[in-house]
Design a protein around this ligand. Structure first.
Ligand SMILES: Cc1ncc(COP(=O)(O)O)c(C=O)c1O
Length: 370
């Protein structure tokens, strides 16, 4: 293995920068369970202001943040509507069922994006037999959807419909920052369509720990009690909140660099026969691609990349995710792109008609087969 590893598995692998560590070290702290940590209080006020909500609550993780919101919005026996590959349903250990007694009714989206027309017939009739439809949960950007940004007009349409039918709206905005930076649409414009919003500091923003949820003051008061119940009340949490504050102040605009680096990697994928960008357009910092089964498996390609110092994530047997972040420089993105081009040639079986494939431009959907 080469000495320098370029870790593209996730934007959660970032380590705090020296400047962030200094901010953490200097943090003014108190007991946050008593509401006395000035750094946590400052962070919560800042997040609430950024999202145009009355209040916010600092929590240990994005999962806890989402699940507190699910629990605060529902009663056991309720149902939430969500996209079938969303984090809340697929990647949170069955928590809606286990912690809130809530069933998830899943609907397949277009790379994670739902259209109102797919939801309109999903509200259950009110009677003694059926679960009660209560909550709609959306994800922006959509992780499994390949980092896709939810079009704001689709959110507005879903939210208007939900309100007309007394449904509540939650946003898993773990990577909302990436959507804000790409579109220039401020946090409040996204958040106003939701009763609760969860954001993460420990992904592209590079903080070591922490997420926040935001909503009305009354909602956040209830959320705080649930946080306590789940064991998420932390004491001198300002040590963590200081990293999050530093990230908000210094690492939001630079997400545009991650997006540029993702384009470099996406182009290498698009240029490489046997790999298929899926989705074909990369909008933020996540690059998903499929490996042609004639070429091998995602594991084969990942092993070849690893041997050359590039780590990727394997969400499926033929699927690879490469994720750019704070700890991947422009030069490293270029280097990783070059390695993708080389390494795939290395795994090509003799039978694979590599040279029959035409180079493609990023954005096309062929598997490299002419
Ligand atoms: C879209 C999305 N939501 C929520 C989470 C959960 O965050 P955490 O790992 O902090 O629990 C993640 C984690 O990657 C995520 O991608």
């Amino acid at each position: 293995m080469p000495e320098t590893i370029i870790d593209l598995r996730s934007d959660t692998v970032t380590r705090p920068t020296p400047a962030m560590r200094s901010a953490i070290q200097a943090a003014d702290v108190g007991d946050d369970v008593f509401g006395e940590d000035p750094t946590v209080n400052h962070l919560q006020e800042k997040v609430a202001a950024l999202l145009g909500k009355e209040a916010a609550l600092f929590v240990p993780s994005g999962t806890m943040s989402n699940q507190i919101c699910v629990k605060a919005h529902t009663h056991p026996g309720d149902e939430l509507l969500c996209e079938s590959s969303c984090h809340i349903y697929v990647n949170e250990a069955g928590a809606p069922a286990a912690l809130s007694g809530v069933t998830c009714r899943t609907i397949k989206g277009d790379y994670g994006i739902l259209d109102l027309s797919q939801l309109e017939d999903k509200i259950r009739p009110v009677n003694d037999h059926q679960v009660r439809t209560r909550l709609v949960a959306l994800e922006n950007t959509h992780n499994r959807g390949g980092g896709r940004i939810y079009p704001l007009d689709k959110i507005a349409a879903i939210s208007g419909w939900a309100r007309r039918h007394s449904l509540l709206m939650h946003l898993d905005g773990a990577r909302l920052w990436n959507a804000i930076v790409t579109t220039g649409i401020p946090g409040g414009e996204w958040a106003k369509h939701f009763d609760s919003v969860s954001v993460c500091f420990s992904k592209g923003l590079g903080a070591p720990i922490g997420s926040a949820l935001a909503g009305s003051r009354e909602f956040v008061t209830r959320a705080k009690r649930i946080r306590k119940m789940l064991g998420g009340g932390m004491r001198q949490a300002g040590m963590a909140a200081a990293g999050a504050l530093f990230a908000l102040e210094h690492h939001v605009d630079r997400l545009a660099d991650d997006h540029r680096h993702a384009q470099v990697i996406a182009q290498a994928v698009a240029d490489t026969p046997g790999l298929l960008l899926d989705p074909p357009e990369v909008e933020t910092n996540l690059v998903f691609f499929e490996v042609d089964p004639d070429l091998g498996t995602a594991k084969d390609v990942a092993a070849a990349l690893k041997q050359r110092g590039v780590l990727v994530h394997l969400p499926g047997p033929q699927t690879i995710r490469a994720c750019t972040h704070l700890d991947v420089s422009a030069a490293q993105a270029e280097h990783a792109a070059e390695i993708i081009r080389q390494a795939v040639r290395h795994v090509v079986p003799a039978s694979y008609d590599y040279f029959a494939n035409v180079p493609r431009k990023h954005g096309t959907r062929t598997m490299g087969r002419p």
